[in-house]
Design a protein around this ligand. Structure first.
Ligand SMILES: [Zn+2]
Ligand SMILES: [Zn+2]
Length: 106
């Protein structure tokens, strides 16, 4: 299968020498694909394109908001308050378990 057949996973890098030259480049191994950006946080050519989320690895449609990120993520992963809550909750239960196991051992 040719390398281009995958869904690209973009990250923003500056490949300019003397001047800044921002591109969204595919971070997958062996892929040389990149798209030049109009502006550091603006790449209209990529809006509507499908890419892999840098957090959950699921394909999603790039939009202007996602393209302002160095590592674009899907809507579910963009500063999701629910994710934070889940993290907080699981940490709470972890600590609780540690505490309880600790007590059991004594
Ligand atoms: Zn790629
Ligand atoms: Zn995601």
């Amino acid at each position: 299968m040719p390398a281009q057949e995958h869904v690209h996973k973009y990250r923003r890098i500056d490949i300019g020498r003397r001047r800044q030259y921002w591109v969204m480049q595919c971070s997958l191994p062996k892929c040389q694909h990149y798209v030049a950006m109009e502006h550091k946080e603006y790449a209209p050519a990529l809006v509507g394109k499908i890419a892999l989320c840098n957090r959950c690895n699921e394909p999603f449609e790039l939009d202007k908001l996602a393209l302002t990120k160095k590592f674009p993520t899907c809507k579910d992963c963009i500063d999701s308050p629910r994710q934070k809550e889940i993290k907080k909750a699981s940490k709470f239960f972890e600590d609780l378990e540690k505490m309880l196991t600790g007590t059991d051992n004594q």
